[in-house]
Ligand binder design. Structure first.
Ligand SMILES: Nc1ncnc2c1ncn2[C@@H]1O[C@H](COP(=O)(O)OP(=O)(O)OP(=O)(O)O)[C@@H](O)[C@H]1O
Length: 229
């Protein structure tokens, strides 16, 4: 089963085509990096996949939802099946870690205090922050905050994680531990598509690479993709 299926898709910013004729599939449980120079279209592609940008042309399905005929009302249902880790989806700094997570659970239909607390303990344990529920985000390091963002993305057991530069702004050691967390999550069956400029990480954890270049998407599963040193 594929969690992403694009066929001759056009990725648009307003009337401008950013990527044309994009065709690829990501299977359940697969991991792929998304690379390319600044402005090459990585974020635009990810935004199209979580229905923040409309599909220009072609066909696309994400976790079973057809993008080309997705009504606005269906968007929250698509997003509930996704974990989104984006630099502009930040934590709420005036609430504790647990309150940040509760906020998302309630917004996605959860009720019952005990159930909510249980789920929060589970995801925090998963990202190695079992003792941080009562902390405020500013009491955590950058790497720990990123772990909370990942915990938040895992709340609804997504089939697919979409991550935009999750190791940006982090020290190499911290970036490495975040990457190991992604690998662990991926090994337990969640597909991951991760946009990154961090070629060190790609070298260390080699996986399929999709590259935005000259308005097209190259795929290491079909042809060799050259990465800068
Ligand atoms: N909100 C927007 N409105 C109009 N054009 C945009 C918008 N965001 C991005 N673009 C344009 O779309 C193209 C692709 O940008 P995009 O952000 O997808 O690239 P990127 O590969 O993610 O870059 P970066 O690595 O810097 O994040 C660029 O030409 C950019 O100028």
């Amino acid at each position: 089963m594929s969690v992403i299926e694009l066929h001759d898709a056009y990725i648009m910013q307003d009337v401008n085509t950013v990527l044309q004729k994009v065709s690829f599939e990501l299977e359940k449980g697969e991991f792929a990096y998304l690379v390319g120079r600044t402005g090459s279209g990585k974020s635009s592609l990810l935004k199209t996949l979580y229905a923040d940008l409309p599909l220009g042309a072609g066909v696309g399905t994400v976790v079973g939802y057809p993008l080309q005929k997705l009504s606005l009302g269906k968007v929250p249902f698509l997003r509930r099946k996704l974990g989104i880790i984006f630099q502009d989806f930040q934590l709420l700094f005036d609430r504790t870690v647990a309150e940040n997570l509760t906020f998302v659970l309630r917004a996605t239909g959860w009720s019952g205090k005990a159930k909510i607390q249980q789920r929060i303990s589970e995801v925090l344990m998963r990202v190695g922050l079992a003792n941080s529920a009562a902390k405020m985000p500013h009491q955590l390091s950058g790497g720990e905050q990123q772990r909370v963002v990942i915990a938040r993305a895992l709340l609804n057991e997504p089939l697919l994680l979409l991550a935009d530069e999750p190791t940006g702004n982090l020290d190499p050691d911290v970036a490495d531990s975040i990457m190991r967390l992604f690998v662990e999550i991926n090994n337990s069956g969640t597909a991951v598509l991760m946009a990154t400029h961090n070629y060190q990480i790609i070298k260390q954890y080699p996986k399929r690479v999709l590259k935005c270049e000259n308005g097209q998407l190259l795929d290491s599963a079909r042809a060799s993709v050259v990465l800068p040193e």
